[in-house]
Design a binder for this molecule. Sequence first.
Ligand code: OAD
Ligand code: ZN
Length: 262
Amino acid sequence: MVRQLDQVSPEVADLARRAQRVAVLTGAGISAESGVPTFREVQTGLWERFSAADLATVEAYEADPARVWTWYRWRQSLIRQVDPNPGHTALARWQKALRQTGGELSIVTQNVDDLHERAGAEVLGHLHGSIFAHRCFECDAPADVPAGNYNGWQPPDQPEEPPVCAACGSGTLRPGVVWFGEMLPMETFDAAAACIRAADLVLVVGTSGMVQPAASLPLLALERGAPLVEINPEQTELSEVMDYSLRGPSGQLLPQLVDSAR
Ligand code: OAD
Ligand code: ZN
């Protein structure tokens, strides 16, 4: 039975205190309080007629490379202009504390931003790649491109053409993220699965649980009966397998949880 709570209860605090191997799966919601829009929010300006899901596909890039490229450039600049929030820093703090006593906290994220790292945490894997990495759409050669640098949050008026790949001279560059319908990096997925299987507490933070196969990872905790705790202001696709659902923003609840683990 799922217990829904609006704050960390003594039972949840107890789980956190006893856990030595914590696995955390994060999604767009953990970065929402930093000001990075999640994938389900309505968009404005250049992409007003498109949902994020419409832009994050091979087909969208093939149909209009400049539109998709510019959308990612804009998200890059936005991410560079924001800071990690108390949810990110709480996880970094807990990771350090556990390591000092021989434990481990592994972060597996669906986010393509670098806010966990900037908060001082080490990330086991970015399941959906990184927005700051680039490669050729045709030949896959990695390419170094400085991140987008738009002024403020306003989407640019005009789309920007993606640069041509220096390696093959014909393909254009794309962001190093996983688009809908593409394979996840296998090694990262396997490492994430192994750490969730080995965990004695699994936290699922700020993810709608709608995008597979990432959303299936927490279910691996059920094999060994490790407790599952969700932090999300809304009900999600994963809520029903949770032991506890903490209903609220992760920027408030994660620091509470981490403080209660001491
Ligand atoms: P979604 O945008 O699908 O879901 C965001 C979740 O965050 C929702 O469940 C919100 O309720 C929750 N949320 C919002 N504010 C929050 C807060 N302050 N604290 C905690 N939670 C909050 O994001 P993901 O589940 O990460 O994939 O989406 C998964 C994947 O779909 C993304 O990685 C991306 C996307 O399309 C690719 O780019 C391939
Ligand atoms: Zn190329």
